[in-house]
Design a protein around this ligand. Structure first.
Ligand SMILES: Cc1ncc(C[n+]2csc(CCOP(=O)(O)OP(=O)(O)O)c2C)c(N)n1
Ligand SMILES: [Mg+2]
Length: 280
């Protein structure tokens, strides 16, 4: 397969202002869903809001019937609330689906389940996503569909050995139809990645050494993410290392580890609403 840079939607077609408003709206919807449950991975979803938005609204192609030749797999499955609200926005999941989040009657759980609309694979056990992505990308190549497989990994997840097996496999097989993004918020649950695993850095160099094209971006700059992918050279799998802030968008959540898995109380909810509404 030839380099896939030309398959992206076009380097000037991504509206950064529209992305900013969508991401504000998605954070607000996640905040509202958080009030239905005792806890959800809100900081993890806010960390990769611009990344997942850019993949769905800037990079993945849409057919006239709404389907896509491309695939998205949320490797950091615990951050799936951002995917759920985007799938709701696209009409693939319903409002009722999200309203029933984590209830016995509902079909959406804490992690993505295969079989639910818009979900390419079950994830949540970290470290397996990139291996599945390799298989999917290989299948797309074999079927000559031109389909691109997008995925988002977390920085804690990259420490799993299986991620490196898949990293080596992707470049060995020349799977240039893989676009992976690391949500590099420098937190893994309650600790700093840079403190628990200092040798994680410089992570860009490691993927380059494994034969990937690499690029580092600000993971909250939607246009920068888009341009990093659209402007790639091609011929190799692409790893975008996106520098992010866990809990981005609500001041008291940013870089505060307990917001990995927690729902705001009533006062905290009101503060977050005020902040998100002020971003209009
Ligand atoms: C194999 C595996 N081990 C442990 C966990 C429990 N767990 C859930 S999230 C998480 C770490 C969160 O940090 P990171 O992976 O960097 O995600 P993010 O910062 O994006 O939330 C852990 C250890 C898991 N889901 N899978
Ligand atoms: Mg992290």
């Amino acid at each position: 397969m030839s380099g896939m840079g030309s398959m992206a939607r076009g380097s000037n077609s991504f509206d950064g202002e529209a992305a900013r408003e969508r991401c504000r709206r998605f954070r607000r919807r996640i905040l509202d869903v958080s009030q239905q449950v005792s806890a959800l991975h809100i900081g993890s979803a806010y960390s990769c809001t611009e990344i997942v938005d850019c993949i769905y609204y800037g990079l993945m192609r849409r057919n006239a019937d709404g389907s896509s030749p491309d695939t998205f797999l949320m490797s950091k499955g615990h951050g799936c609330m951002i995917q759920y609200v985007i799938l709701e926005d696209q009409g693939i999941l319903s409002r009722a689906d999200l309203d029933a989040y984590c209830t016995p009657e509902g079909r959406l759980g804490v992690h993505p389940d295969y079989g639910n609309p818009g979900i390419a694979a079950a994830t949540g056990s970290l470290g397996h996503g990139l291996s599945m992505v390799c298989g999917m990308a290989l299948a797309e190549r074999g079927r000559k569909t031109g389909g691109i497989v997008y995925t988002v990994l977390s920085d804690g997840e990259v420490q799993e050995g299986s991620t490196w097996e898949a990293t080596m496999m992707a470049s060995s097989l020349g799977l240039d139809n893989i676009v992976a993004v690391i949500d590099n918020n420098d937190f893994q649950s309650l600790g700093r990645t840079s403190e628990t695993h200092p040798s994680f850095y410089p992570v860009v160099d490691k993927f380059r050494a494994f034969g990937w094209e690499t690029v580092a971006v600000d993971g909250h700059d939607s246009r920068a993410i888009f341009e990093a992918v659209a402007g790639r050279q091609g011929g190799k799998p692409l790893m975008v290392v996106a520098k992010t802030i866990k809990g981005k968008g609500v001041s008291y959540m940013e870089n505060v580890p307990m917001w990995h898995y927690r729902s705001p109380n009533k006062d905290e909810y009101q503060t977050a609403v005020r902040e998100l509404e002020a971003m209009r």
